[in-house]
Design a protein around this ligand. Structure first.
Ligand SMILES: Cc1ncc(COP(=O)(O)O)c(C=O)c1O
Length: 390
């Protein structure tokens, strides 16, 4: 029996190495990775720039403390601010922690204005992480119920429900922020409607709420720009990210601008590991590699190649109920049950995932070749064709 707590449903495979868009198991079998460790290895596995940065930093200094200056942290914060227009950054270790920071920034904003019981508007279907604050902001009863009582102070509305936002604005004077994923990932890849995001921003500006985006999954080049807000043209006051920022090393960031900056002060928040030299060195290599080559421009091309392969191979368009997404956050909702698809794909040496009940979720790396992307689409279509014939 394993000594690991059984919190994950694991597949029967263990990987020993990774190269670009491939993972290799201990028998040397190569698997095409269309999941990227759930939107983490956006630059692919073992990217030489990241490996070099980690090696060099590991030979010099791994960790000191946030009690001291950390040059790698300063550098990364400056790079992120230059590339996003944000002004300040708090570094942490994960997406959940980046969202916890965003929640604290929002509450601090309210407290500074004399609001004693601040409320944050969140969305149905949202996923913000597993720590108690982030879990409370999440909109998924199945993963919340066993851990009640949740953190109070969240008001939940449906995705894209601008009318409810307007209503809340008229009814409540204790709202401090709207916190949302511009592209919901775990609920099955749902890009929010641009009009809804624009309305949310207008209301935030009008009522002095913070517009707070969770780009843990959509960020770091995945959706065709460094952060998807840049492609959408709706700039948040608070930006939480993680996953692809470290391409495999654990680092998260909560960035702020304008009225969201300079809210947290000494003693308000902290972490031992957050922003340590090794993780920041890796993240700088990631950010510079992404931006140096504008690598995010590949996102739409790879996506098109996936669908080229998929459409060429699919025997019947009726097999697909919906396809959604932006850049390399791809959701394909089939008309056949998807419970066996992950295992079927594994048998074909393809790594995919199912999210939001019945949606095939693809999160390929930006370095995947168009030929491999076509293979991803062809393999998926072939699997759906087979299910139809059953
Ligand atoms: C949008 C979003 N926010 C937050 C998280 C939580 O990130 P982490 O697992 O690093 O805590 C995830 C993870 O899937 C996510 O997709």
């Amino acid at each position: 029996m394993s000594a690991i707590m059984p919190t994950y449903g694991r597949l029967p495979v263990t990987f020993a190495a990774g190269e670009g868009a491939y993972l290799i198991d201990h028998k040397g079998q190569r698997f095409l990775d269309a999941l990227s460790g759930i939107a983490v290895t956006n630059l692919g596995h073992s990217h030489p720039n990241v490996t070099r940065a980690i090696k060099e930093q590991a030979e010099t200094l791994l960790h000191t403390s946030n009690l001291y200056g950390i040059a790698q942290q300063e550098r990364l914060a400056t790079e992120l601010c230059q590339l996003t227009g944000m002004e300040q950054v708090f570094f942490c270790n994960s997406g959940a922690e980046a969202n916890e920071t965003a929640i604290k920034v929002a509450r601090r904003h309210g407290k500074n204005k004399g609001i004693t019981d601040p409320k944050i508007v969140v969305l149905e279907g949202a996923f913000h992480g597993r720590t108690m604050g982030a879990l409370s902001a999440t909109g998924n009863k199945a993963i919340q119920d066993a851990f009640k009582p949740l953190l109070p102070g969240f008001i939940r509305i449906a995705r894209n429900d601008a009318a409810s936002l307007e209503e809340l604005a008229n009814k409540h004077d204790d709202i401090v922020a709207i916190h949302l994923e511009p592209v919901q990932g775990e609920s099955g890849i749902h890009p929010l409607e641009l009009q809804f995001l624009q309305r949310a921003k207008a209301l935030c500006d009008q009522h002095d709420w913070l517009l707070s985006f969770d780009e843990v999954q959509s960020g770091n080049g995945r959706c065709g720009s460094l952060y998807v807000f840049q492609r959408l043209g709706v700039t948040p006051d608070v930006l939480a990210t993680a996953k692809g920022l470290g391409n495999g090393l654990p680092i998260g960031a909560c960035m702020t601008r304008g009225r969201a900056s300079r809210l947290l002060i000494a003693g308000d928040h902290g972490t031992t590991y957050g922003g340590n030299p090794i993780c920041c060195a890796a993240a700088s290599a990631v950010i510079n590699t992404l931006s140096g080559d504008q690598l995010w421009d590949r996102a739409d091309r790879i996506r098109d190649a996936v669908f080229e392969g998929f459409d060429a191979e699919l025997s019947d368009p009726e097999l697909v109920r919906d396809r959604r997404g932006i850049g390399l956050m791809i959701g394909i909702e089939p008309n056949v049950p998807s419970e066996n698809l992950v295992r079927m794909a594994l048998d074909r040496r393809l790594l995919i995932n199912v999210a939001g009940g019945n949606t095939i979720r693809l999160l390929p790396p930006l370095v995947m070749s168009e030929t491999d992307a076509k293979v991803v689409g062809e393999t998926l279509a072939d699997m759906l064709n087979t299910l139809k014939d059953v």
